[in-house]
Design a protein around this ligand. Structure first.
Ligand code: NAP
Length: 257
């Protein structure tokens, strides 16, 4: 039996084994998907283990999506663009890093008909935020505002991604601004707000946006959380009659890819 697994820390909450093992079974592939919890100092040894003949490849999650890149033999264009690896494929003994998050998110949005939002807001400036920017670019979004708790990191992300995203206006700002007039201006004409921070993954650690800030999200705006279950943010959106989507369809599509 061949093995694949999820490299991250923590990984116990992941739904990938359930999903991927069901797919292997359905497709008659003699392989098993495992959880491979890996602290930062164990990453090089874990990657070395991927070279053993019974391993097909791996997925990579928090906090290793960036650091793993220097340990691989080759980086595919999908991972080069996003600047992070979530999938390692072994081909002729070489470990190749790919990224399926952006295509997975674009597929999840297409599936529900959100295929060309003109303007978008992305919360967070990490690996998932980068994938969200690439997905929105693929979908034809013309203007994207990145908000982070440190607006300088949002600005750095916008600057880094601008070379991959010609024709898109990339703006940035402070996620926790208390200036509601500015907040409302940043939200004007936004058709989708994507939470790409991990806040909300634990129910007692939600994204701390005030009721007044949430009240200003324009009617009809899709509120999406990349966290794979319903979060307090999505509950707050639904309470305001806004469409809401969690990250499970994205997980499904990135995993299928
Ligand atoms: P990451 O690279 O660690 O980035 C996390 C981002 O969240 C960073 O910008 C970080 O800000 C910000 N952040 C963390 N705590 C915060 C706080 N208290 N207030 C404001 N911002 C905060 O993580 P990631 O890989 O982007 O993952 C983010 C989320 O997306 C996770 O929940 C992950 O599970 C989810 N995800 C889902 C899928 C899917 O298929 N559905 C795929 C990928 C990721 P700093 O830079 O200031 O630390």
């Amino acid at each position: 039996m061949q093995r694949v697994g999820l490299i991250g820390d923590p990984v116990a909450h992941s739904r990938s084994p359930e999903m991927q093992n069901a797919a292997f079974e359905e497709l008659g592939i003699d392989a098993r998907y495992e959880l491979w919890p890996t602290p930062a100092d164990g990453l090089p040894a874990r990657i070395a283990l991927l070279r053993s003949p019974d391993v097909l490849g791996a997925n990579v999650t928090i906090p290793h999506k960036l650091t793993v890149m220097s340990l691989l033999d080759e980086i595919a264009p999908s991972a080069e663009t996003v600047g992070a690896v979530n999938t390692i494929v072994k081909r002729a003994g070489r470990l190749i890093g790919h990224n399926t998050d952006a295509d997975g998110l674009a597929a999840a949005l297409r599936e529900i008909g959100w295929d060309a939002p003109e303007q978008a807001m992305v919360l967070g400036a990490g690996g998932a935020a980068r994938a969200a920017l690439v997905a929105l670019h693929q979908l034809g979004t013309r203007a994207i505002r990145v908000l982070a708790r440190d607006s300088a990191s949002a600005e750095r992300l916008a600057a880094a991604m601008s070379r991959h995203m010609t024709g898109v206006s990339l703006l940035w700002g402070d996620l926790y601004t208390e200036d509601l007039t500015l907040w409302q201006r940043m939200l004007a004409r936004t058709e989708i707000v994507i939470n790409a921070t991990p806040l909300g993954m634990a129910p007692d650690d939600p994204l701390p946006l005030s009721d007044a800030a949430l009240d200003r999200i324009p009617a009809g705006t899709l509120v999406m959380d990349l966290v794979t279950h319903d979060t307090p943010l999505l509950a707050a959106a639904r309470a305001r009659q806004l469409p809401a989507l969690n990250g499970l369809p994205m997980l499904l599509h990135q995993g299928a890819l």
